[in-house]
Design a protein around this ligand. Structure first.
Ligand SMILES: O=CCCC(=O)O
Length: 497
C-alpha cells in the first residue's frame, strides 16, 4: 500500500489505479505518472498513465453498462445519487485532506468545496424524477404529438484541477440523473479525489461501467481526450477548462456531430459604484478573489471602482489583503494556499511585470512566495491604477493577482467591462435599482452577480457566452437536458375526437 503524507480514517478509500468496469485498472503500458503536492513541490502519489490505445475498451464498457442503466427507473437512480451523497458526506474529512494535497487549497476551503459539490448530488437526485416530455394537439385535429426524453448514451467529462470534486459531481450527477453512463477524465494534477468518488459510487450501488474513471499524464492527456471525443460510441462531451483547449475539444467533437458543453475561461469584471454598500462589496470581493488563490473561472480579474470611493475602497482592500497568511493548505493558520501548478506562478509573475511596465502600482504582494520552500506560491497581490492596455485586462490571470481600475460613468465602465472576448460572469454593487436592471441587460456574461460575489449553486444555471463557451450546467431542467435527446411521436386517431 502506498504511504501518503496524511492519515485517513478509512485507508481503503483512496485508490491509485483507474476505475474501469468495476475494477481498479493499470494502463496497458504499465506506465504511471506522478502527482505533486503544490504546497511542497514534492511527489506524493502516482496514477496509471492511460494512452489513446486504452480508450476503446473503456468506452465499450460504458456502452455495455448503458444498455442496462438506461432501463433503470428514475427513482432508483435518484436513490443511488442520494446514497452517493451520504457516503461522500460521511468521508468528507478524509476527502478534504486528499483534495488539499492534490490541489493545494487550504483545508477549510477543501471542506467548502465538498459542501458546494454535495449540492450537485442532492440537486440531481431530485432532478432524476422530474424529467418530463410533453403531449400536444397539433394543427391537424386527428393527431396527437408526444415528445419523450431519453438518455443520450455514453458521456465524457473532461474535468479541470481547480475544483476537482465539484466539477465531477456537477457533470456526473447530471449524467447519472438522466440515465447516461459516463467516463470521467480528471486533470493530471488532481486525479485522486475523482478516484475516491468512483470508489464511493460503487458502494452507492451504481453498476460496473456506469461511472468509469481514467487517468493520464499531461503528455498523454491530449491524445486520450481526442480519442474519447472522436469515439463513435461517445454521444456527449462536457469540458471545463481553458478557451484554447475548449475550442480544440469542439473541433474533435464536430466530426462526429457530438453534443458538447464547454465551460471556459472567465476574465470577469467586478464593478463597484459610489452608491454601494462598501463593506458588502469589499467582503464579497475578498471571498471571491482569494478563493483557491484566484484559480476559479468565475473569479474577479478586473475590479472597476468609481472615482468617488476609489481611494477609500482600495485602502480597505489592501489592508484586509495584507493580513492573509500564505502557506501550505494543511497548516491551520493558512488563509491562502499555493497555486496548483508551477506554470501558474510564471503567468502571475508575467502579468504583474507587464502591469508595472504600463504604469500599475503594486500595493500588496507582487512576488512569488520566497521562504516557503519549493511550493508553487505567489503572494496575494493588488495592483492599483490598472489600465485596459495591460495583459491582465485582456487575459484571465488565474492567480491571486487583482487589478483595480478607476472609472467615472456607467457607460464607460460597461464598455470596459465588456471589452473582452470572454463572457462568463460579471459582478456589480449598487443601490440604484434602475442601474441594476440596465447592468443586468447590458453586461455581456452568462452569470451576473448583483450585490453578491457568488452566483454558483446547484440550483442555478452555470455557464457563459462569447469565448467562455456554451451549454449550461446545474439549475432546473437545463443541466439534465444536456444529457437527454428528445423524440417526437405523432399518432393519427381514428373515430370521434
Ligand atoms: O472554476 C470554475 C467553477 C467555479 C464554480 O463552480 O464556482
Amino acid at each position: 500500500m502506498a504511504h501518503f503524507p496524511f492519515k485517513m480514517a478509512d485507508v481503503e478509500l483512496l485508490k491509485t489505479e483507474a476505475y474501469v468496469q468495476g475494477t481498479w485498472t493499470a494502463a496497458s503500458s504499465g506506465k504511471r505518472f506522478d502527482i505533486e503536492d503544490p504546497g511542497t513541490g514534492k511527489v506524493f502519489a502516482s496514477c496509471p498513465d492511460f494512452s489513446a490505445s486504452d480508450v476503446d475498451a473503456v468506452v465499450e464498457s460504458s456502452s455495455r453498462a448503458f444498455e442496462e442503466f438506461r432501463k433503470e427507473n428514475p427513482r432508483s437512480r435518484a436513490q443511488k445519487l442520494l446514497e452517493w451523497d451520504r457516503l461522500i458526506r460521511e468521508s468528507k474529512d478524509d476527502i478534504a485532506q486528499v483534495l488539499t494535497y492534490e490541489s493545494g487549497k487550504p483545508l477549510a476551503e477543501a471542506h467548502g468545496e465538498i459542501e458546494y459539490a454535495l449540492g450537485f448530488t442532492w440537486w440531481f437526485a431530485g432532478e432524476a424524477e422530474r424529467i418530463r416530455g410533453n403531449l400536444s394537439i397539433p394543427s391537424q385535429p386527428n393527431r396527437r404529438v408526444v415528445v419523450t426524453k431519453q438518455p443520450i448514451g455514453v458521456c465524457v467529462a473532461l474535468v479541470p484541477w481547480n475544483f476537482p470534486i465539484a466539477m465531477i459531481l456537477r457533470k456526473v450527477g447530471a449524467a447519472l440523473a438522466a440515465g447516461c453512463t459516463i467516463i470521467a477524465k480528471p486533470s493530471p494534477e488532481t486525479p485522486l479525489t475523482c478516484l475516491i468518488l468512483a470508489n464511493l459510487a460503487v458502494k452507492a450501488g451504481f453498476a460496473p461501467g456506469v461511472f468509469n474513471v481514467i487517468t493520464s499524464s499531461m503528455d498523454n492527456t491530449p491524445e486520450v481526450a481526442e480519442r474519447l471525443c472522436k469515439h463513435p460510441l461517445v454521444k456527449k462531451v462536457s469540458f471545463t477548462g481553458s478557451t484554447t483547449i475548449g475550442s480544440l475539444i469542439a473541433k474533435h467533437c464536430a466530426e462526429g456531430l457530438k453534443k458538447v458543453s464547454l465551460e471556459l475561461g472567465g476574465n470577469c469584471p467586478f464593478i463597484v459604484f459610489d452608491d454601494c454598500n462598501q463593506e458588502q462589496a469589499c467582503e464579497e470581493l475578498l471571498k471571491l478573489k482569494w478563493r483557491h488563490a484566484g484559480q476559479a473561472c468565475v473569479t474577479a480579474n478586473r475590479v472597476y471602482v468609481q472615482s468617488g470611493i476609489y481611494e477609500e475602497f482600495v485602502a480597505t482592500l489592501a489592508k484586509r489583503t495584507s493580513i492573509l497568511k500564505l502557506g501550505h493548505g494543511m497548516s491551520s493558520d493558512t488563509t491562502i494556499g499555493p497555486l496548483t501548478t508551477k506554470r501558474g506562478v510564471s503567468k502571475a509573475q508575467k502579468h504583474v511585470e507587464d502591469a508595472i511596465e504600463k504604469g500599475g502600482k503594486v500595493i500588496v504582494g507582487g512576488k512569488s512566495g520566497k521562504g516557503l520552500g519549493d511550493g508553487f506560491f505567489f503572494e496575494p497581490t493588488i495592483i492599483r491604477d490598472a489600465k485596459q492596455s495591460m495583459l491582465i485586462s485582456q487575459e484571465e490571470t488565474f492567480a491571486p493577482v487583482l487589478a483595480v481600475y478607476r472609472f467615472d460613468s456607467e457607460a464607460e465602465v460597461v464598455k470596459n467591462a465588456n471589452d473582452t472576448s470572454m463572457g462568463l460572469a460579471s459582478y456589480f454593487f449598487t443601490k440604484n435599482i434602475d442601474r441594476a436592471w440596465r447592468l443586468l441587460e447590458n453586461l455581456e456574461a452568462g452569470m451576473i452577480g448583483m450585490n453578491t460575489g457568488n452566483s454558483s449553486a446547484a440550483e442555478s444555471p452555470f455557464g457563459g457566452m462569447k469565448l467562455s463557451g456554451y451549454g449550461k450546467e446545474s439549475g432546473k431542467d437545463v443541466a439534465v437536458e444536456e444529457y437527454l435527446v428528445s423524440k417526437t411521436g405523432t399518432m393519427t386517431l381514428e373515430g370521434h375526437y
